[in-house]
Design a protein around this ligand. Structure first.
Ligand SMILES: [Zn+2]
Length: 680
């Protein structure tokens, strides 16, 4: 969901068995954390290297992963749980139509790689025939709409979510989209790597057309056509940082109004072809993009567009089509783009697929087995403590007026806290899952998902919904619902029983900072523009806005200054919301931790003071190492900074960190008081 501020982008996933050693018999927090700490490194020079360097050195990135760290170790535990749920379901012989049958049959078909390879793209044959049969522009647009319905984002983005200015209704959103490369920058950047990637992308396009049956001459010509059509769309697309401004990306208009922007598209008919009926207004994200769509529709031949649609269809389903399509798709996106030599094993990839299509059905079984009421209660209490800490912080801010503070507190008090799992689960009863064709299950799954969102239109907004499953190692803040959503799995600390985790780690790694991170998203550069009802509405005084922006500019400068990989700098503007949230999260966790008996005792464990344990716990949350190619992709596409900078960036602004480790002028971790960022 485009407007949801995520805590982490999980990125590439797992392979080998969990590489954490078993937990010690005692609840000795120092011992637990010492599995990660590299005592030969100096926390004052490179805190990331010190706090988690030992583990990272002992656990290099496996050949079939693009990155490796704490999220992967947690995911490994989750995979083991989900595979046993799936295998049990597959053997259960459950009644047709039940979730158990759907999970079991999905898993069976997914793991049947022989049938999948033999079948190839046969389940898509009808769709390719429809593309081939297009005779005119109306036929072209009808087919694009139908492809959107089965998950193919050709020509533009189309989604249904809450109206940013009226959170009580759902709206159809039309946005920039339709590209094969990760985003617009890939079509224009002039550095050597970008040039190589464009060359390789054309090779990839050509090979995919060959696999679709074109001879080599036609395949090469088709690759050139796709590249040039996508480049036109990319040229009218906004950059990552420019997509952060919710006002600039909101243009509500009548359906007829969009047709004025793009006279070649009768949008009412288009939406109806995509099964969307009874809609009078839509929200257009980027009007200039649709003006380009109009130009391309007029200037390009029908043959060009048909070529582009064939590509978009196979690109969407290549990894699920198996065989040579899957291999070639991995070769470009896995190896060339992200630097990963090998594919991950099929069973893990298929668990990801199952998660995508039946995630809530899995989640229902998952929480019954793996999320106790006791754990839920612990993290609900922690959530309340973090809220209390934020309330105090807001009250004490010396730069915010009383008027804005009152509104901020009103918004904070209105935040919905969703912890663990949803009250109600998605109903998959109309999703037809069969034991025969894996790709068939995927195509029907995408259509089912479209129906799921289309059915919401013209109905009251369901504010109990979750956009993540409980087994997801992630969390989010959704501004339209003014809610934080904390899935059960975000609280997992691998290799140690929940009951043995001490407070320093609970408040830093296992919840405190995460909860704080998500709450402060409601008040970051983007979230602060929404009010307590989730509507885009300015509630700040002009002076407070000015002061917030001045302080936020400090964090933009700080992160602009960091090198992500090679000579590539972090994008401070695009990542500012996440960096503000990280800074807020670590502060709120700290405030709450200081109230615990463990902190007050001042007792060292394993040679570490409570403060030191807290900050190492923070680093543990972002323990991750990435292939340089993967970092390069993320710098261009991800609103989060690379993990090592998410550790050292925020702590270098905190006096409490300086106290914990005796950081002084001249140390690499030292930032002069005048450039330390203070927002909350
Ligand atoms: Zn976030």
């Amino acid at each position: 969901m485009k407007r949801i501020a995520l805590l982490v982008l999980a990125g590439g996933l797992l392979t080998a068995a969990s590489s954490l050693p078993p937990s010690p018999p005692s609840s000795d927090a120092g011992h637990y954390l010492s599995r990660f700490v590299d005592p030969s490194a100096d926390p004052r020079q490179d805190f990331f290297d010190y706090a988690v360097g030992k583990w990272l050195k002992e656990n290099p990135i496996p050949a079939n992963e693009r990155s490796w760290g704490i999220a992967h170790v947690v995911q490994e535990e989750t995979y083991q749980r989900l595979v046993s749920i799936s295998q049990d379901a597959s053997a259960a012989g459950a009644a047709r139509g039940t979730n158990m049958q759907k999970i079991g049959d999905f898993w069976y078909a997914a793991m049947d790689s022989v049938t999948s390879a033999r079948e190839g793209i046969t389940p898509l044959a009808e769709e390719f025939a429809k593309i081939e049969a297009i005779q005119d522009r109306k036929g072209l647009l009808d087919e694009i709409a139908r492809l959107q319905y089965i998950g193919v984002g050709a020509m533009c983005g189309l989604s249904i979510n809450q109206d940013e200015k009226n959170s009580d209704r759902y709206a159809v959103h039309l946005t920039q989209g339709g590209l094969g490369l990760p985003n617009r920058d890939y079509y224009f950047d002039t550095d050597d790597r970008s040039k190589t990637l464009r060359r390789e992308y054309r090779v990839h396009l050509g090979r995919m057309f060959r696999l679709l049956g074109d001879d080599s001459t036609r395949a090469a010509a088709h690759a050139a056509t796709v590249m040039s059509l996508e480049t036109e769309l990319a040229n009218a697309s906004r950059k990552l940082a420019d997509l952060r401004d919710p006002i600039a990306n909101y243009h509500a208009m009548s359906v007829e109004g969009v047709s004025k922007l793009t006279p070649s598209v009768r949008w009412r008919g288009f939406l109806e072809q995509g099964q969307i009926r009874g809609v009078d207004t839509v929200v257009v994200g980027q009007p200039e993009f649709f003006q380009q769509v109009e130009k391309s529709l007029r200037a390009r031949s029908l043959a060009d567009w048909k070529t582009y649609l064939r590509w978009q269809l196979i690109d969407t389903y290549a990894s699920e089509a198996g065989g040579a399509f899957d291999d070639q798709n991995f070769h470009f996106f896995g190896t060339i783009l992200n630097g990963t030599p090998q594919q991950r094993p099929r069973w893990k990839r298929m668990l990801d697929e199952e998660e995508g299509y039946l995630g809530d059905a899995l989640g229902q079984l998952y929480v019954q087995k793996y999320f106790s009421p006791r754990t839920k209660a612990r993290y609900e209490k922690l959530t309340d403590e973090i809220f209390a800490a934020f309330r105090e912080r807001i009250r004490g801010l010396d730069w915010m007026s009383e008027a804005t503070k009152a509104r901020a507190l009103k918004k904070l008090d209105a935040v919905t806290k969703k912890v663990g799992y949803p009250e109600r689960w998605r109903d998959y009863s109309t999703y037809d899952v069969q034991r025969g064709s894996f790709l068939g299950n995927c195509v029907r799954g995408n259509a089912w998902r479209s129906d799921f969102y289309i059915k919401k239109l013209n109905k009251p907004v369901d504010r109990t919904e979750w956009e993540m499953t409980p087994q997801t190692y992630n969390a989010y803040y959704n501004p339209s619902n003014n809610e934080i959503v904390l899935p059960a799995a975000i609280f997992i600390l691998p290799g140690i029983a929940d009951s043995l985790v001490d407070d320093a780690v609970v408040y830093s790694y296992a919840g405190g900072t995460t909860i704080g991170h998500e709450i402060t998203h409601g008040f970051d550069d983007e979230g602060r523009q929404f009010d307590e009802r989730g509507n885009l509405k300015d509630w700040w005084t002009a002076d407070d806005t000015k002061e917030f922006n001045r302080r936020a500019a400090g964090i933009v400068r700080q992160f602009d200054g960091y090198i992500a990989t090679g000579d590539m700098h972090v994008n401070g503007s695009a990542t500012q919301g996440e960096n503000i949230a990280d800074l807020g999260g670590i502060l709120l966790g700290w405030d709450a931790f200081r109230k615990t008996d463990e902190y007050k005792s001042g007792q060292s464990v394993g040679g570490m003071t409570p403060g030191q344990r807290y900050f190492i716990g923070w680093a543990l949350g972002w323990m991750n190492q990435l292939r340089p190619e993967n970092i390069a992709v993320r710098v261009k596409t991800d609103v989060h900074a690379p993990s090592f900078l998410r550790v050292i960036g925020p702590v270098s602004n905190l006096p409490a960190f300086y106290d914990a480790y005796g950081v002084k002028p001249g140390d690499k971790m030292f930032r002069a008081d005048s450039v330390r960022v203070r927002i909350w």
